[in-house]
Write a protein of this length. Structure first.
Length: 381
């Protein structure tokens, strides 16, 4: 409860691994170097992609978001701070691969710092790879040195989102901020400044743990576009984060002037579903352009034949809403619970590597039922 981990069990399965996973200093240094390079490349791509509105439809952005981004050459972006992203790494027989970047609303802070910290107490020869929540709060404080009121916005009814913002709020309060966990209906706007319902003073900042594509479902009266453009109150993360959050992001990278050598080297091949449908479809993974926790990630050997055929039908009817990614096999870890598939999320906050969030699964795919595990770094010998 102290670490806001309110879902230690999903169904009959525990979500906390009873052991840590170790990585050597050399291997962690390699992953961290890659993640830092990836962070810089994504930021460069976003800066250009913000104005390449001709590519936004191919990213699968909802129409309402495309209209807002189409205003970007004429209006200012809402100020932002503490830019946070998480890259999902997988170790394969051919080395590391990166399946995607969670650049809009990455979670996992409590598991990556709180749970891993509790586990690290029992393994004194190892160290934590980083402290993402602490690093994030430090970044916030550097931008807002005078403190003030911070609203942490999440989607009502989603406990997994509520526990992320509740955990982050603890770190802000420790640095002198006042915090309030809110839903979108509690925000009010005046002259571009955000206020809480019934409060006279403007907020110092908003933490948006609310997926960008979900904003379009909100009533226009809520003035959600001010979270992206024309706003005065700073917001974390920036609206442009949704451009690289799209799983179709790799499809448009080759049309940008920005160079993404690390991203190109570590990312599996991706294709528009129409281009992959007749190229051995069983060798691809279908992903919805905007999906969370693997809720719309489908491969032939993970689902029934009818589900697989249905997914391809949906992808071909709405190709901009999906992407086909070349399958790769991550090496499974041999554990006391049997062979487990891994997904190693590495945080990059304001350009610096800030820690890791490790998930393990009994299935071939790491989805919402996966276990959280502590990653600890040990000396090479």
């Amino acid at each position: 409860m102290e670490h806001c981990k309110w879902d230690p069990q999903v169904g009959d399965q525990t979500t906390l691994a009873p052991f840590p996973v170790f990585i050597s200093e050399a291997d962690w240094a390699e992953v961290a170097e890659c993640a830092k390079a990836l962070g810089a490349e994504v930021l460069a791509a976003e800066s250009e992609l913000l104005y390449r509105t001709d590519l936004h439809h191919r990213l699968g952005l909802p129409a309402a978001l495309r209209r807002e981004f189409a205003r970007s050459p004429r209006v200012l972006e809402t100020p932002s701070f503490a830019r946070t992203m998480r890259f999902d790494f997988h170790f394969t027989a051919d080395g590391w691969r990166v399946s995607e970047v969670n650049s809009d609303v990455p979670g996992g802070f409590s598991e990556a710092e709180g749970f891993a910290g509790l586990m690290a107490r029992h393994f004194t020869a190892a160290r934590m790879p980083g402290y993402p929540a602490s690093s994030w709060a430090k970044s916030v404080a550097s931008v807002l040195p005078n403190g003030g009121g911070v609203a942490l916005l999440s989607t009502p009814g989603y406990m997994e989102d509520a526990q992320v913002v509740a955990y982050l709020a603890q770190f802000l309060r420790a640095r002198g901020f006042s915090t309030r966990l809110i839903g979108p209906s509690e925000l009010r706007w005046a002259a571009g400044r955000a206020f809480l319902d019934g409060r006279p003073d403007p907020l110092a900042a908003i933490v948006r743990f609310y997926q960008l594509e979900w904003l379009t479902r909100l009533p226009a009266a809520g003035r959600w576009p001010l979270l992206l453009f024309d706003g005065v109150t700073p917001v974390c993360n920036a609206g442009r984060a949704g451009l690289s959050e799209s799983k179709r992001f790799p499809l448009v990278c080759h049309e940008l002037r920005a160079k993404l050598p690390t991203f190109s080297r570590l990312s599996p091949e991706v294709r528009d579903p129409r281009d992959a449908a007749f190229a051995r479809p069983d060798s691809w993974v279908l992903k919805a352009s905007f999906s969370n926790c693997g809720d719309a990630v489908i491969a032939r050997d993970w689902v029934s034949r009818s589900s697989w055929q249905g997914a391809w039908a949906r992808a071909l009817l709405n190709p901009n809403g999906w992407v086909a990614q070349r399958k790769f096999d991550a090496l499974r870890l041999d554990t006391t619970l049997g062979p487990l598939t891994h997904c190693l999320g590495v945080y990059v906050i304001d350009g610096d590597v800030a820690g890791a969030y490790l998930r393990l699964s009994r299935e071939r795919f790491v989805g919402y039922t996966a276990m959280d595990a502590a990653l600890l770094v040990v000396k090479d010998e």
